[in-house]
Design a protein around this ligand. Structure first.
Ligand SMILES: Cc1cc2nc3c(=O)[nH]c(=O)nc-3n(C[C@H](O)[C@H](O)[C@H](O)COP(=O)(O)OP(=O)(O)OC[C@H]3O[C@@H](n4cnc5c(N)ncnc54)[C@H](O)[C@@H]3O)c2cc1C
Length: 362
């Protein structure tokens, strides 16, 4: 998906990835008066914490006995908020080119372009992408009748349509239930019918959601189909039906003109490997003084980087972000010394953080 290129946004720092490393990088840069734009392939911040363990507790964040992936993300977002970064979500950074003036031209899959003095690659294990259907030609329907996220565009086109939700985890069950509940109400956006399809009759999700799903099936408000998609019918470019094969190998056809595919996400290292940075086993090689990559001005923090002794832990990435920010300050403010100041005692930092006295610890 590549959109038209817009005028480049000039920025001191561009952060690629809004996982815990990218979010804390905003904060550390902010303390040094460096403002940042952040890009992530996901439609929300949090990286692995939100995508793979939002409700599981983490026990090794310093000073916090336990917090879930979602809580940590919320805390990091709140912590960076005084620095008001601009987040560009649901788009992947596709290319980085060095310009004659030393800045980097960065482009995303949505056509957003940046001219950045420094770049922070906080890309974790890669850009999270929805797992797509592997049916020849079906990609032509994407964003019209085939959606990998329940976006507003999906919701508005689903009105009056025969919606097929594909997937077996929480998100698929949750959306099948919501849409089926809508068919019974007087919501003007209600679909004509809702079917949930998964390859096995095994679904994941909170017990109340699974109970509701089974109840809607029993009431006839939701159809349940066990099988896999093998093909589709379209007339004048419009999806009309899908073909599926059941576990016994029988092939059937199902009326459907709107597909919501929620089969989870998988990380794709993808473009990071094309940016000309020295790599070792698909990790970006950095120094441990300022977490600079082989290209001066491009730093790498968090799970994406490697150095002797690297441990893929959130707490390691926080340290990396602090030193990378000081590394960037030398590039952005070449004539200025950047002394270390404590957030506890520096009135300047208090002003920047919007606190007049040290914030009480939570
Ligand atoms: C089940 C599980 C449990 C864990 N438990 C712990 C724990 O208890 N303690 C601990 O310290 N660590 C734990 N971890 C590891 C921890 O989650 C990672 O170390 C941490 O998330 C790394 O943060 P990050 O910001 O570097 O990368 P990520 O969290 O992976 O975030 C990277 C972000 O970059 C985006 N991205 C990548 N490439 C691009 C691109 N080209 N364009 C746009 N966006 C891009 C991705 O979409 C993603 O959102 C756990 C991990 C898992 C899977």
């Amino acid at each position: 998906m590549t959109g038209p290129l817009q005028d480049p946004i000039a920025t001191d720092a561009l952060i690629i990835g809004a996982g815990p490393a990218g979010l804390f990088q905003v904060f550390e840069l902010g303390l040094l008066e460096i403002s940042a734009h952040v890009v992530d392939a996901l439609p929300y911040a949090g990286g692995q914490c939100i995508e793979t363990y939002p409700d599981k507790p983490i026990y090794d964040i310093p000073g916090i006995m336990a917090c879930t992936g979602r809580e940590l993300t919320e805390r990091l977002v709140r912590q960076m908020s005084p620095f008001a970064p601009t987040l560009h979500l649901s788009q992947e950074v596709s290319s980085i080119q060095t310009q004659d003036d030393g800045r980097f031209k960065v482009e995303t899959s949505r056509g957003t372009a940046f001219l950045a003095k420094t770049i922070f690659v906080a890309a974790g294990i890669g850009a999270f992408q929805p797992k797509r259907l592997r049916v020849e030609g079906i990609e032509a329907l994407e964003d019209e009748q085939l959606f990998y996220r329940a976006t507003d565009a999906f919701k508005s086109q689903a009105a009056g349509r025969h919606v097929l939700v594909i997937g077996g985890d929480d998100a698929a069950v949750d959306w099948a239930v919501r849409l089926a509940d809508d068919t019974a109400g007087d919501n003007p956006q209600r679909p004509a019918s809702v079917t949930l399809m998964h390859r096995r009759d095994v679904f994941q999700g909170p017990a109340d959601s699974l109970d509701r799903m089974r109840q809607l099936v029993a009431d006839g408000a939701l159809q349940l189909v066990i099988g896999q998609l093998t093909g589709f019918d379209a007339a004048q470019g419009q999806l009309t039906a899908v073909h599926l094969v059941d576990p016994e190998g029988a092939v059937t056809q199902l009326r459907a003109d709107s597909l919501l595919v929620l089969q989870g996400v998988s990380p794709r290292l993808g473009p990071v490997a094309d940016w000309g940075l020295a790599l070792e086993r698909k990790q970006v090689v950095v120094d441990t003084e300022k977490f600079s990559t082989s290209t001066p001005g491009i730093f790498a923090v968090g799970d994406i980087n490697t150095y002797p002794g690297k441990k893929k832990l959130i707490l390691s990435s926080f340290h990396e972000c602090a030193l990378a920010a000081f590394g960037a300050a030398k590039i952005i403010f070449p004539d200025r010394q950047t002394p270390l100041q404590y957030t506890t005692t520096s009135p300047r930092l208090h002003r920047m953080l919007g606190v007049h006295a040290p914030a009480a610890s939570e």
